[in-house]
Design a protein around this ligand. Sequence first.
Ligand code: PLP
Length: 367
Amino acid sequence: MIYLDFAASTPLLPSVKNELFRAFEEEYSNPSSAHKLGRSSAEKIEKVRETIAHSIGAYRSEIIFTSGASEANNLAIKGYVLANQKKGKHIITSSIEHKCILTICHFLEKEHEYEITYISPQKNGIINAEDVITAMRDDTVLVSTMHVNNELGSIQPIEVIGKECFKRNIKFHVDAAQSYKKIPINVDELNIDMLSISAHKIYGPKGIGALYIRDLRETRIQPVIHGAGQEYGLRGGTLPTPLILGFGTAVEDQTIENTFAEVKKINSLLRTQVIEIGGKINSPNIKYIPHILNVRLPNFDAAHFVTNSDFLCSQGSACSSMNIEMSYVLREIGLNYNNAIESIRLSLASNLEYDSMTSFFNSIIRG
Ligand SMILES: *Cc1c(COP(=O)(O)O)cnc(C)c1O
């Protein structure tokens, strides 16, 4: 089997696995306990907080651990807007966000009378920053955009959007689950107020992620999980020491950075071969990360391939692939149902060798 579904989740790095096993064995005490063992775990957790903060140009005191990017997105959006309802009830996001962002927005529309503007991308899956800026109003409290789209790999113009949000004093949230460690992020340079990341997209364990919140102590945020005061009262629950330490190991590791050029090479080889067999590239030709390649192949039964092939990939995102409904992301970039059922998302690391690439295309042509 060849794994081509890294955008859905990644395997553990050996170093992460070692740290997880060590920490599950040794760091069993509650990191909030006052005794030596608890304090020692708490210190290690703070080091990871520092590592994560440092990696995005933030302060340690601005990082909250969550169960992953979905929870981080919930805390960022619901937490901020519901605690600041007097500032206005208009939110801008895009129509190709991760499903969890769209679900949060639908909830706010339905239960809390928020007005949401969903910006559609251009045909290449890239959002036009001008469209976002034009949609900004006096009562806009939050703009939320993903950095990289999880189905297409398109890179969104967060720098331009962030600059305008800063000018107008609108909070700016970025879902960076797919971009973190693949594209350098500095929250100050990009004017990002909140940023969501997830460990299992960067070879860390599932069930842990983080939310960066600018000036956390001065920002009004409503908790999503009320608890016993952990994480500045914003996220109750005993901190999962092993998961956090495993997350830290994944953040420090440089595999993603070091294999970037190789993945880029694989991506362009795949693109050439797709065109050669008469296929089309759904991903953009500019401003994309090489790790995600969405393609449409002639007379290809993507659903059958995804469920049966030894090349493990997805139709659209992993979360929605069990549905018969077509991917809303592909619909938003102008594909119809017939185009969508011939489309697959290959998400790559440096594990795809030339020989397997050839057998991949042979298996597609054979059908
Ligand atoms: C994977 C992903 C998420 C969800 O992350 P979890 O940690 O699994 O909750 C959110 N947004 C994007 C863009 C993702 O790729």
